[in-house]
Design a protein around this ligand. Sequence first.
Ligand code: NAD
Length: 284
Amino acid sequence: MRAKLISGTELSKIIRNSVTQRVKVLSSKGVIPGLSVVLVGENPASQVYVRNKVKACEEVGFFSTLDTYPSDISEAELLKHIHSLNANPKIHGILVQLPLPKHIDSTRVIEAIDPSKDVDGFHISSAGALVKGLPGFWPCTPFGCMKMLESINYDLKGKHAVVIGRSHIVGKPMALMLLDKNATVTICHSATVNLKEITLQADVIVAAVGRVNLLTSDMVKPGAVVIDVGMNRDDHGKLCGDVDFEAVSAVASYITPVPGGVGPMTITMLLQNTLDAAQKTLIP
Ligand code: NAD
């Protein structure tokens, strides 16, 4: 039987509708959620990403700003801007689009963000909260993957989840979130020698590498759930993930497409985190 599709586009519509409703309630109490997106330089991919984020904010009724700076801005100037956003009561979430130019220490910039406005979930406080299982902002991409699993009522308890990739923004936090839901988690990475042997044992596979056709059908146990985080271009320049989608669809029970899968969910969870940040300002 062919795998069922988990559509990030459809799930995003549902979550964004609920965000829009909650924005109306918050606005009636005098709080309009505000997100500030900071972009340094002219990286074309980053420009597209930030435009999409700002557009999504406008669609759900947020206040948003896009602050662009030339690539030769000094680290001190950028930090000054972050501090002014920290102090701005209209801004509940701050997102610094990565990567930053080489002369700027991106860790220092991210750590300068007030943790209560860290809606990307990259601050050390957010990462620490995730490790300890405490409330905090979860990084948007793995958070979106968890929502996709939730949308099919998938009970992770006791399941074997295999995460391929160990980056700070996707792989590692993904593994911690799966662990939080009582899965048995294996993290695979570039130095893993027996990838296929491990993925064949998985009930859930999250592929977050950035390599076309990294996960082929012979690596997937029949009935497994496959989440494809990868964003790549194939030989024809077409957007695709890390998973051999057609072949794996014949083996898996559920699969996420690219495009229309994890991508839209990432922005949706950014909206959700920003809304939550704004909501918290109402609680004394
Ligand atoms: P990264 O380059 O930081 O990390 C890639 C990881 O893959 C590393 O941990 C590395 O150890 C591992 N890896 C490399 N080769 C491997 C191999 N042969 N076998 C097993 N593991 C291997 O990348 P990232 O930022 O985590 O992003 C991963 C992918 O997800 C990229 O395609 C990126 O574009 C995409 N992405 C998508 C979204 C989204 O919203 N859809 C968001 C973030 C990242």
